[in-house]
Design a protein. Structure first.
Length: 345
């Protein structure tokens, strides 16, 4: 119950009596949902290293930028920091309770109550946030070209590890050099959106949490978790609801860039693991990169076989047309004297 003791120090009068819910983002945080003597719930997040602590400090700035006026316009709730306590270089944060609970991605996909529409609308709400929310908090802001260049720089960094399969390096480089894919209008982006940061209740997205990576950039990044879920019907339904809820029509390549973002997240995980000298993270990243490579090669082989079969069918159809268009001798008018009409010489 070390987190309970820390929470009590962060929020005067808080008297935890139990724990509810499971921890999140275990690579970077010790976390728990605590229940106090009044049956009220509190979320505690204690960083494991300085980078994680800095992310929470950034989130504090973000949450303070959500003024009452901004919060009132949202269709979902946003966390509020109830207290903090500093331990050396690290700061633990305690958040007041928000309604709703997490659903696994499988549970979201399996839901038939229109939850995909709710997720799409909530994502549109994030991307419709005013850019001043980010700019006033002095958080990162990227134009479309700056964002593409940033990805190229990250690709170069990942390549230096020597652990990225050449198939993936070529695939990502070709995509990043295709300027037509990167013509999008930058929006406010959550930056860490996935099922663990959505709180669901009664078929609605009641709250969105995890605002440590807010910035202005490519809205496709917030769709990467849907692509990773590998259910096209669900991601398409979310995208349709999202597009219908946006003021401006999303660009045509949003889901394509989302797929690239989902793939590239594995390279980012590898780089993080190597920087932290975490052999487990590195091994996990390498394994997932190899699996991705195999999947892509199988997909490319299947597409090549399908293309070859289609081309062969087209050539067969063309040959048949040519045969019909060029009648042989058996169909030509006869010139035999026995076939002449009476009276013909």
């Amino acid at each position: 119950m070390e987190l309970a003791a820390i929470a009590s120090a962060a929020v005067p009068g808080l008297a935890p009596t139990g724990v509810a819910g499971s921890p999140d983002d275990t690579a970077d945080f010790d976390s728990a949902v605590l229940i106090d003597d009044a049956e009220k719930q509190w979320r505690v997040r204690s960083p494991k290293h300085i980078d994680a602590s800095m992310r929470l400090e950034t989130e504090l700035v973000v949450l303070r930028a959500f003024t009452p006026a901004v919060r009132a316009e949202l269709a979902f709730n946003v966390p509020a920091v109830a207290g903090t306590v500093r331990q050396g270089e690290l700061t633990t944060f305690v958040y007041s309770h928000l309604p709703g609970s997490n659903r696994s991605i499988d549970a979201l996909v399996a839901d038939s109550s229109g939850l995909a529409d709710e997720v799409g609308k909530a994502m549109a709400g994030v991307h419709e946030l005013p850019s001043s929310l980010v700019l006033d908090a002095d958080l990162p802001s990227y134009s479309a070209n700056e964002f593409r260049q940033r990805r190229l720089n990250e690709l170069d960094q990942a390549a230096t590890t020597g652990k990225i399969p050449s198939t993936l390096l070529r695939r990502w480089e070709n995509a990043l050099e295709d300027v037509s894919l990167w013509r999008f209008v930058p929006t406010v982006v959550h930056g860490d959106l996935h099922e663990d940061n959505l709180l669901i209740e009664a078929g609605r997205v009641r709250a969105i949490t995890g605002w440590t990576d807010l910035h202005i950039g490519d809205p496709a990044d917030d769709f990467a978790w849907l692509i990773a879920a590998n259910d096209a019907q669900f991601s398409d339904a979310v995208h349709a609801a999202y597009a219908a809820s946006r003021t401006d029509r999303p660009d045509d390549h949003l889901l394509r860039r989302a797929a690239l973002s989902a793939e590239f997240a594995l390279a980012q995980w590898l780089v993080r693991g190597m920087a932290a000298e975490n052999d487990e993270m590195v091994s996990e990243a390498v394994e997932m990169l190899n699996i991705l490579t195999e999947d892509i090669l199988e997909q490319e082989a299947a597409e090549a076989a399908e293309h070859a079969a289609r081309r062969q069918n087209e050539e067969t159809d063309t040959s048949a047309i040519e045969i019909v268009a060029s009648p042989d001798s058996t169909n030509r008018p006869s010139t035999n004297d026995d076939d002449k009409r009476p009276g013909q010489e």
